[in-house]
Write a protein that binds this ligand. Structure first.
Ligand SMILES: [Zn+2]
Length: 459
């Protein structure tokens, strides 16, 4: 076996996001192979062996890598459409275009989505993919391959829709799979790609899309499948008033009660949005340990409302942040969500007490790792955890005069990423991706977006 190789990072401010929110004004982190070996105030211990690299982090803030908990990569090639719509009108406008995607489009869109996030400090990504047109190729394989090439830790939430318009659902019939197809393909994806080990780069979750695009049977059997295979469950929930109305009309109950009745509350479940929840819904999430992916930019873009994040946190509900698909959040950056989580929640009932900058950073790191079921491995800087961490440059025009580095990161402009490590492997250097060709990805996404627009226009 090769000798342990060490990387020493010194002289930077460090926000560990551990359970005591330990910070060092100037400290060190020692990476040994894939993991964090030690960290603390001052300079690294003397006499470390096999140090292959020393990084001077003066003028930087070191944090855990950001964790994204909700996204739809394919939307990277349908950005800037239906910009003044609410969720249901926006979906109805976009489904016909989305139903025409194929494997090269999905690959390019995944590369674009991942590149944008990785450059901005994301070390753990996820994609909720639920559009599988017949004959479109191996979409799950293309998405997972894109994440592997980039070197980002990744969860694919294998989505599905089987409630077409003729069954009272929102998507057109041509955009949905059958119940049996969806379950079989999801099981196959788990068996082929899911790696449950410590430090795994690829995990798969079972993820029917939403109450208004999925049959009750697919919700029920999807939950059973996930538990039989030992993987996590993900879906959209309680996003809009229209969804709430839909659930009352079709099921005679609100979304949270519907989820509970179909097996969709539990500590192995995380749900995107959770905007329209009453006190008993919040209590049900807390009682069952169900996690939430808070997506403030997308919720604002689609006029969905403000999730009750301070109440969810006070109740002990695990909460992470999500970019959501870039057709409803064109920036595609998770940094924006740290800031918007803080700002949007201060517009709610708790006003200036809603969230602190440190809580926002926690949502985007440890909170995300928790909802993805990986808080024992990533999401905070602690000895023994994976070396997933970011060096943010804080000594340039944008941030140098901001009093506190965590405030600068959360409320300031998007901070330049000097270096980003995933499992001890550097994937970003001086703001550029080291693992893939960013310019080639930009060209491919532009070409595939144009090809999709052409195909969609011709029907
Ligand atoms: Zn979504």
């Amino acid at each position: 076996m090769a000798a342990t190789q060490r990387i020493v990072i010194e002289n930077g401010a460090i926000a560990t996001v551990d359970d005591r929110d330990t910070e060092y004004a100037s400290g060190y982190v020692v990476i040994a192979d894939h993991r964090i070996e030690s960290l603390g105030a001052g300079t690294a211990p003397e006499g470390l062996e096999n140090v292959v690299r020393r990084i001077d982090a003066s003028g930087h803030l070191v944090t855990p890598g950001l964790v994204n908990t909700h996204h739809h990569f394919y939307q990277w090639i349908t950005r800037g459409l239906a910009t003044d719509h609410n969720l249901f009108d926006w979906l109805t406008a976009l489904y016909p275009t989305w139903a025409r995607i194929d494997e090269p489009m999905v690959r390019a869109a995944a590369q674009g989505s991942l590149a944008m996030m990785a450059r901005g400090g994301v070390t753990t990504a996820m994609d909720h993919h639920y559009v599988f047109p017949r004959g479109a190729g191996d979409l799950s394989g293309a998405i997972i391959g894109a994440a592997r090439d980039m070197g980002v830790r990744f969860t694919l939430a294998r989505g599905s829709m089987d409630r077409g318009a003729s069954d009272g659902g929102l998507p057109p019939d041509f955009a949905v799979e059958s119940l049996d197809e969806a379950l079989a393909a999801t099981e196959e994806t788990v068996r082929q790609h899911h790696d449950p080990s410590f430090g795994s780069m690829t995990q798969v979750a079972v993820a029917p899309c939403s109450p208004f695009s999925v049959s009750t049977e697919l919700m029920r059997q999807g939950a059973e499948l996930a538990r039989r295979l030992g993987v996590r469950l993900h879906t959209h929930g309680s996003e809009t008033v229209e969804e709430e109305k839909f659930c009352h009309e079709l099921f005679g109950m609100g979304p949270t009660d519907y989820f509970e009745s179909t097996g969709w509350l539990g500590e192995d479940v995380w749900m995107a949005h959770c905007v329209h929840m009453n006190d008993s819904d919040v209590a049900a999430f807390a009682r069952t340990g169900t996690g939430v992916a808070h997506c403030p930019s997308s919720n604002a873009r689609l006029a969905a409302g403000i999730a009750r994040v301070p109440d969810l946190l006070a109740a002990g509900v695990p909460v992470g942040l999500g970019v959501d698909g870039t057709a409803s959040n064109e920036s595609g950056e998770l940094h924006t969500e740290l800031r918007n989580a803080l700002l949007v929640n201060r517009l709610g009932a708790h006003r200036e007490k809603a969230l602190t900058a440190r809580q926002a950073l926690r949502l985007g790191t440890y909170g995300g790792a928790r909802v993805l079921g990986r808080a024992d491995q990533t999401g905070s800087l602690e000895a023994g955890k994976l070396a997933d961490l970011v060096l943010w440059r804080m000594d340039t025009l944008a941030h140098a005069s901001i009093a506190d580095p965590v405030t600068a990161l959360v409320l300031g402009a998007a901070a330049p990423v000097t270096a980003s490590f995933v499992g001890g492997r550097q994937i970003v250097g001086d703001g550029r991706l080291l693992t893939v060709d960013e310019d080639a990805i930009a060209r491919a996404t532009r070409d595939e977006a144009r090809r999709l627009a052409r195909i969609a226009a011709h029907g």
